[in-house]
Ligand binder design. Sequence first.
Ligand SMILES: [Zn+2]
Length: 249
Amino acid sequence: MGAKHGSRSASTGGSGKGPAGGSTGGSKDADRRIGRRALIVGGTAAAVGTAALARDELARLWWRVPGVERPREAGAVDYGGARWVAASDENWRRADRPDDFGVDMVIVHVTQGSFASAVRAFQDPGHKAATHYIVGQDGRVTQMIRELDVAYHAGNRDYNERSVGIEHEGFVDRPQDFTDEMYAASARLTAGICARYEIPLDREHIIGHVEVPGTDHTDPGPHWDWDRYLKLVRRAATSAPSPSDSKSA
Ligand SMILES: [Zn+2]
């Protein structure tokens, strides 16, 4: 979030709750469709004309068929260094990434407020936005949304679906907010995300909110040191992963 310019509240644009398929109708329609297609695919191969389409649909929505959703453990985190605090479920959409949507991007944000205020905002169902992670100036990392799920943080549906969002505690116009501890912790987090989804460690795939098409946000702002950050991410990626970095259920 952060760095709101203009009157829009934090990044709701384009991140509405719809069916995962994108081109399908309402979510109820999608549910009906998946049921029917599941039957078609499960039966004879007669429906040749729609088979490819049905396969695509199933690849994205298979987990919505009762009984096949990936099991989740309450309080589990994707990054061993993170503490779990759940965001309001109004601020994200359930998904099963990377099986339904590929993840090929990390988006860097700045909170424009304290760590605690960001946590509170993401717990607020009225906020309608949240990132997967928040990194504090002291280097602490809180995860609020699973990487499986689509967080509303980019203000762009496509970018939300394909990215992991990280907030950083501070203000875009205060370079002193971007501490060594924060850069280091965030770089380790991003290195882990990029390793999990085989995301290239470059500025095409590790971007700022300001670079998302259609956004009116400016974070992380001119004081965020991209060269330094990328160097730290690459260094973290080549050092041996700590045992606690393993992906949990
Ligand atoms: Zn932002």
